[in-house]
Design a protein around this ligand. Structure first.
Ligand code: HEC
Length: 428
């Protein structure tokens, strides 16, 4: 009798533990997220979707991180931009890239994992930042604020800008490789293959009264004030769309073509997407033209769009309306790197006012794809989302946990702090 009761108790305890482990989905982990799980042959990364969960009673859209990264390098597929020379047919090249980025994404409101044409992927670890981390409605992260008058002469107060980016399948493959072991990101895998495309939708809190070009625009609600009720959230308007393309025809400079579009509510197009006007492209920083006032040969600005913006980048290099006029797309992105010692502080992303010509020459170099800005550091191949994701991961976890076995087996962790984590995310 007694023995039977003991056996029954043991069996019940075992059953209970087994049920709990199933319900909990494996061993408890304080940094486990709530992301959608992935298909059979794929690693379940389960990075968190956003900084906050939607509140009870929320009925609006909810952002899910697209993180079922391809496990082998996908075929490049249709690459319509290759028909055009970005130097001489810049507007057509940019139009082909924009069409590719929008293809299938407009229909699903930019939920990349639901795109019927091709899946698009998000970089992980952009949630974990108190001020700038991903909000839960559209996955927007906070970008540089726009000072008064920087978007239009009628803009009387600063505006906040928030954005979301996605990578195409070759880019998603690289994101998955860098983060294959989610407790030990490996920057040596940050080498984007030719054909990688990333794009970014940038929204602003500026109103139509302040910036008249924003009329008849795409409006998204975003949880930028971090409210806790289920009521409406602030409305943001699409202002700028950025693209980055790994194109081998640019290998003599940086290997990348960066381009940007501005929204013009007065343009004749039928849809918001038709009213996005290409502002320009750049594939190098024109290091030979620093301080010369000479004609740039590695930036092309679309003359038809020049009047839509209040400024460009440094000495006319490409930058968008929300960007800092003292920088350029490629110079800032050429700094995407991480020191293997996470105690190294992150370099500033824009040269200081009055920077020496030596500093400017460093900042506006043409750095080939996959080459670090600082000799000895690990390049992140122009991806600042990889850089900020790693910085957030290091800050939030303190790199405390030993890396568990990843798909490639147990590897030594490449990135460790010697004297505490000093790496920080950078702004734009
Ligand atoms: C001074 C720095 C800076 C400048 C200038 C800048 N960016 Fe970025 N960019 C960033 C940062 C930081 C991120 C990552 C943060 C985020 O997305 O939340 C980023 C992200 C991106 C991404 C997403 C892919 C990735 O991981 O890097 C694209 C695409 C992009 N920028 C394109 C552009 C284009 C095009 C321009 C010029 C019109 C530009 N950027 C100018 C700092 C900059």
């Amino acid at each position: 009798m007694k023995l039977r009761r003991v056996l029954l108790a043991v069996a019940l305890v075992a059953l209970h533990a087994w049920l709990i482990s199933i319900l909990a989905g494996g061993p408890a982990d304080p940094f486990d997220g709530g992301g959608a799980s992935s298909g059979a042959a794929q690693t379940v990364h389960n990075f968190p979707d956003a900084r906050d969960l939607p509140p009870a009673g929320w009925t609006g859209p909810v952002f899910h991180l697209s993180q079922s990264y391809p496990q082998s390098l996908p075929a490049s597929g249709n690459e319509p931009w290759l028909q055009y020379d970005f130097r001489t047919q810049t507007v057509d090249y940019l139009g082909a890239i924009l069409g590719y980025a929008l293809d299938g994404n407009v229909a699903v409101d930019f939920q990349g994992q639901s795109n019927a044409v091709r899946t698009w992927y998000h970089a992980p670890w952009l949630h974990a930042n108190a001020l700038k981390g991903r909000e839960f409605i559209h996955g927007l992260t906070r970008e540089r604020d726009s000072p008064a008058s920087s978007l239009a002469p009628t803009q009387t107060r600063p505006a906040e800008n928030w954005a979301v980016s996605m990578y195409n399948p070759p880019g998603g493959y690289v994101l998955g490789q860098v983060w294959a072991n989610r407790d030990a990101p490996d920057p040596t895998h940050a080498r984007f293959p030719v054909g990688t495309v990333a794009f970014k939708l940038i929204f602003t809190t500026a109103t139509v009264a302040e910036v008249p070009l924003l009329k008849n625009d795409l409006e998204w609600q975003a949880d930028i004030d971090r409210a806790t009720d289920a009521g409406p959230r602030p409305t943001l308007r699409l202002l700028q769309v950025d693209v980055a393309v790994r194109d081998s025809r640019a290998d003599a400079t940086t290997g990348w073509v960066f381009g940007t579009f501005v929204y013009d509510g007065n343009a004749p197009g039928a849809t918001v997407w038709d009213r996005l006007i290409p502002l320009g492209a750049m594939w190098g920083n024109d290091p030979e033209q620093l301080g010369t006032k000479g004609r740039l040969t590695e930036t092309v600005i679309n003359p038809a769009a020049r009047g839509l913006v209040q400024h460009l980048g440094y000495e006319g290099r490409l930058n968008g309306p929300i960007d800092n006029p003292a920088s350029s797309c490629l110079s800032c992105h050429s700094m995407a790197q991480v020191a293997s010692d996470l105690s190294q502080p992150t370099l500033p992303s824009v040269p200081p006012a009055g920077a020496s010509s030596a500093t400017l020459a460093q900042y506006f170099r043409n750095i080939p794809a996959g080459t670090p800005f600082t000799a000895g550091d690990e390049s992140l191949d122009y991806s600042l989302q990889l850089q900020n994701g790693i910085a957030n991961w290091a800050q939030a976890t303190g790199v405390r946990f030993p890396p568990p076995a990843g798909p490639r087996g147990i590897e030594p962790r490449m990135l460790t702090p010697s004297e505490g984590v000093r790496i920080t995310p950078i702004g734009r």
